[in-house]
Ligand binder design. Structure first.
Ligand code: SF4
Length: 87
């Protein structure tokens, strides 16, 4: 599945999730950064990364950020390994 980065995050409301970003899909649109600025940023290749402060964002913010991505490059997986978004 290409160049996918994987980040375990416990959200501010206590949900353990894994946030994945497909760097090949990411076009640097930065909508994820706008929706969840403590979770996502762009690196020097204009690809999204997950920040160390990701846990300061809520579960819903993570899902909303994934939904906002125009190319669906963000995947949210729950503690049981089920993909929450895209569903
Ligand atoms: S919204 Fe999607 S395309 Fe835009 S920076 Fe975030 S992951 Fe990349």
């Amino acid at each position: 599945m290409g160049d996918v980065t994987t980040h375990p995050v416990t959200t501010s409301d206590g949900k353990k999730v894994t946030v994945k970003i497909d760097r090949n899909l990411c076009i640097g649109a930065a909508s994820c950064v706008a929706v969840a600025p403590k979770m996502f940023a762009l690196d020097n290749e204009a690809k999204a990364i997950v920040l160390d402060t990701a846990g300061e964002e809520s579960f819903q913010a993570a899902v909303d950020a994934a939904k906002s991505c125009p190319v669906a490059a963000i995947f949210i997986v729950d503690e049981q390994g089920n993909q929450v978004y895209p569903s």
